[in-house]
Ligand binder design. Structure first.
Ligand code: SF4
Length: 195
């Protein structure tokens, strides 16, 4: 795992792509992982704040995700227990309208299978958002339909919307998510962490 992480952190495959975005930034791969982690958090890609901090989920989305999981920051960032491997490891940049660009597919193609192999015995995977759900489940369903059918994948995998403020309206509109999915998720996270 250490050698793989050294290679990943040196990756510059998307340098030209990022230089052509509105933010014209350089690649900065952010991976948070240790070989013994039993929980995998599979998100989308770092945002600008994470690109600057070099640490995943150091933003309001991270606060909400930790609340959903029922874990504190010390547990969330303990790489021996939780691995955070998004579908792309670098901030993809903004488009002309200021929206996040999608994760470059070359990232998952290049790194994902090797990292998951090195991770080994994962007991719980959190698939956050459409990109992670499509890659891991091979499904073309939308996020709402996938999350509504969360029991098909639990308890080994929990499918979640992105915890971004942009999804606050979605969370209000779908109260079953907070009432049914989150308590089950918290129970499973605790079980795996305590196991
Ligand atoms: S997004 Fe992935 S493939 Fe692209 S430069 Fe970053 S680590 Fe490399």
């Amino acid at each position: 795992m250490d050698a793989l992480l050294t290679d990943l952190r040196a990756c510059r495959l998307c340098a030209d792509r990022f230089a052509a975005t509105e933010t014209a930034h350089a690649p900065r791969p952010v991976a948070w992982v240790g070989g013994s982690a039993r929980i995998l958090v599979a998100g989308q890609a770092p945002g600008l704040r994470v690109h600057q901090s070099g640490k995943p989920f150091t933003d309001p989305s991270g606060d909400r995700l930790r609340e959903w999981m029922g874990v504190d920051e010390a547990t969330f960032y303990d790489t021996r227990r939780i691995a955070i491997l998004p579908m792309a490891f670098c901030f993809p940049g903004y488009d002309a309208k200021g929206s996040d660009l999608p994760p470059p597919p070359v990232c998952a193609r290049t790194w994902r299978a090797r990292l998951l192999d090195a991770l080994g015995d994962v007991k719980l995977t959190l698939l956050i958002g459409a990109y992670a759900q499509r890659w891991h489940l091979g499904s073309r369903r939308g996020v709402t339909e996938t999350v509504a059918n969360w029991r098909e994948h639990a308890p080994a995998t929990f499918v979640l919307p992105h915890p971004s403020w942009r999804n606050t309206a979605w969370i209000r509109k779908n109260p079953w998510f907070a009432e049914e999915v989150l308590p089950a998720l918290r129970r499973r996270v605790k079980e795996v962490l305590d196991g």
